[in-house]
Design a protein around this ligand. Structure first.
Ligand code: HEC
Ligand code: HEC
Ligand code: HEC
Ligand code: HEC
Ligand code: HEC
Ligand code: HEC
Length: 488
């Protein structure tokens, strides 16, 4: 009798202990998965795929049409994931099979053909659809609000959206409450077991305060704090300096849409470095002067913007010469010179100087001063190179080489920078995150054909492809995901 009651208790205790352990493990795995955002990783992956494969035809706001329809709500419209997945892999096949939705949307879009994506796995498509749905609903996890474009070149960086932080706090509170309740239940059960075993000698039941200040609870709280603190610190550190969508105002209203778009000037004409070197380089004013020696008054801003180029290098647009000893000229002399040019053009156009002209003159001169002087240092001297606001910026510990991608990899500028030739003001199109680089390296096949840079790889992989040991070679296969390739 005594023995069996002892065994009973022993068993009960063992069960409680097991229970406690597994609950704690469960709690931790729940909190860890929510913390490190499985969801967010999936959405990020979906976003990258969408950008690389779908964004050329489908609007990324998911709400308006482009070449293809707005994708928000597409999943509901199809109502059948199997059909939807087949559509995305090969829409033409669905149309020829006569699937009603496929035929309807195909006709609605004037029989435009959507690219086939046989390479997408179910998981890829699920991620893309996840991204489409949350974008349409406006609740994607980890959304970074675009930084302010106040023109000051400030780097906004507080990445967390408020709703996300709230979610974590909420989760934490729930978990903490659960932990307390469980501790209390376990305490009670332990007490009952002890009473059964030891009778009156059993220690008194622990009060809530005792439980809260017990060693276990305190170390749990400290641990949780470290995990949360570490998590948010790392998250903020990662988001620091990451600025997808960053679109600062530039000192001169230089438009890629005008230059690279309308006038079809080749990117390499100005960013010659991209083909040859690590850096792509912003062109110096001399490059601008190749054309703006001749085009001195613009059709859009007249003298307002182009005069800034002249004032920065000391070019006299009236005499078509470089001003001698420009750096020795006083602010007053410089002002007189360029105001002269601006008013001369106004008079040529309007016949005479009037109050409207005076106002224009003053405002254009203010614009030139604001663009070419450094407000922070208080320097009023109008000279020196144009201080373009840098948009793309990888951290120092990352090695990125333009020539490697543009010349060896034959990757088009637009893959990474978007349709710059349509932008009036350049905007950072890609996240420039590590996941972005790696994703592309995993997905992109190396272009071996007619590529002298790959001769030695070619031998080896050609054999394997011939023997059907592999059907493609990606950048990852040639080492593009090894840490030291990208990190110093
Ligand atoms: C070359 C342009 C193009 C690309 C790239 C493209 N689509 Fe489309 N998509 C279309 C067009 C056009 C339609 C309208 C149907 C048609 O004319 O074939 C369409 C229709 C759709 C539909 C049906 C929408 C509805 O309301 O029923 C879905 C879903 C879709 N696309 C998803 C995708 C996804 C996902 C990707 C990227 C993996 C993608 N598309 C890439 C052009 C494109
Ligand atoms: C006429 C010269 C010219 C041409 C042609 C030109 N660019 Fe630019 N580009 C500039 C100047 C000047 C800047 C700096 C001002 C700005 O950001 O708009 C710049 C900035 C950029 C930036 C942002 C750099 C940063 O700060 O991170 C990118 C990316 C870029 N250009 C890509 C392109 C691509 C792609 C093309 C071809 C489609 C192209 N450019 C054609 C002159 C040019
Ligand atoms: C290959 C020739 C070429 C080069 C190089 C070039 N531009 Fe232009 N730019 C043009 C043309 C053409 C126009 C359109 C003129 C018009 O519409 O009146 C233009 C227009 C502009 C305008 C708008 C003027 C207005 O008022 O409408 C600005 C500002 C400008 N360029 C700045 C620059 C800067 C800064 C550079 C150097 C980074 C540069 N351009 C290099 C050809 C060039
Ligand atoms: C594989 C992606 C990729 C391709 C392709 C690419 N760029 Fe870039 N570009 C980047 C990244 C990443 C940066 C930021 C580099 C840094 O901060 O060191 C950048 C920066 C720039 C800059 C800012 C100056 C600099 O070099 O840091 C310019 C201008 C630019 N790119 C123009 C171009 C042009 C023009 C092309 C096509 C000829 C091109 N890029 C092709 C990824 C790319
Ligand atoms: C649009 C696709 C794309 C993106 C985005 C991209 N890469 Fe690449 N990358 C390539 C291709 C294609 C090659 C192959 C060129 C070669 O073999 O040298 C390559 C090669 C490289 C290599 C040489 C690898 C080797 O084994 O020699 C490095 C380093 C590299 N990329 C760094 C980066 C970094 C850093 C980023 C992100 C900032 C990035 N890449 C983003 C397509 C991309
Ligand atoms: C294809 C290029 C590439 C490869 C390969 C690569 N990284 Fe990165 N890594 C990056 C870029 C780009 C960043 C900067 C991300 C940012 O600023 O958001 C980065 C950032 C980091 C950071 C800083 C934290 C962060 O996200 O900013 C760490 C740590 C890191 N990488 C470790 C590694 C390790 C370990 C490996 C090998 C398993 C590796 N990287 C391989 C491109 C690469």
């Amino acid at each position: 009798m005594l023995l069996s009651s002892f065994e009973d208790n022993h068993l009960a205790k063992m069960i409680y202990n097991r229970l406690t352990n597994s609950i704690l493990v469960l709690l931790f795995s729940i909190s860890l998965t929510s913390l490190f955002g499985q969801d967010q990783a999936a959405i990020e992956a979906g976003k990258t795929l969408f950008k690389n494969k779908c964004a050329s035809c489908h609007n990324k706001d998911m709400k308006s049409k482009m070449t293809g329809p707005a994708l928000g709500g597409a999943q509901e419209r199809w109502g059948d994931d199997v059909a939807l997945y087949s559509w995305i892999r090969n829409s033409a096949a669905m149309v020829s099979k006569g699937h009603p939705r496929a035929v309807a949307i195909f006709n609605e879009f004037n029989k435009g053909v959507m690219t086939a994506f046989p390479e997408l796995t179910d998981a890829d498509i699920a991620n893309i659809i996840g991204y489409i749905n949350c974008t349409a609903a406006g609740n994607c996890p980890g959304d970074t609000p675009p930084p302010p474009t106040d023109g000051g070149g400030t780097t906004a960086s507080s990445g967390n959206s408020g709703s996300n932080t709230m979610l974590y706090v909420f989760l934490f509170v729930i978990l903490a409450l659960l932990a307390v309740i469980l501790a209390r239940i376990i305490g009670n059960l332990n007490h009952i077991a002890a009473v059964k075993e030891l009778g009156a000698e059993a220690p008194a039941r622990k009060t809530l305060a005792e439980i809260l200040t017990s060693k276990g609870m305190v170390s749990f709280a400290i641990f949780a704090l470290i995990v949360f603190g570490g998590y948010f610190t790392v998250r903020n550190a990662i988001n620091l300096g990451r600025q997808q969508g960053y679109q600062p105002e530039q000192p001169i209203k230089f438009s890629h849409a005008t230059h690279a778009g309308v006038h079809k000037i080749d990117c390499n004409y100005c960013h010659d470095g991209a083909r040859r070197s690590k850096q792509s380089v912003i062109p110096a004013a001399n490059t601008c002067m190749n054309c703006h020696k001749a085009i001195k008054v613009g059709s859009q801003y007249g003298t307002a913007e182009l005069t800034k180029i002249y004032a920065s290098i000391g070019y006299d647009p009236k005499g078509d010469t470089l001003i001698k000893n420009y750096d020795k000229k006083t602010d007053k002399e410089i002002e007189a010179l360029y105001k002269g040019w601006i008013s001369e053009n106004y008079i040529t156009e309007k016949g005479k100087m009037d109050s409207e002209g005076e106002a224009l003159l003053a405002s254009q001169w203010d614009g030139i001063v604001a663009s070419l002087t450094d407000k922070e240092s208080g320097d009023t001297k109008i000279q020196g190179p144009i201080e373009w606001v840098r948009i793309h910026n990888l951290p120092d510990h990352v090695y990125f080489n333009h020539a490697q991608h543009v010349t060896v990899g034959k990757v088009a500028c637009q893959n990474c920078h978007g349709k710059v030739e349509e932008m009036d003001v350049v905007k950072q199109y890609s996240p420039l995150s590590m996941g972005w680089c790696i994703n592309c390296h995993r997905q992109t096949e190396v272009k071996f054909a007619d590529n002298k840079y790959y001769d030695n790889y070619y031998e080896m992989y050609h054999e394997q492809i011939k023997d059907n040991k592999r059907n493609k070679v990606t950048v990852e296969d040639i080492g593009g995901t090894e840490c030291q390739k990208c990190h110093y």
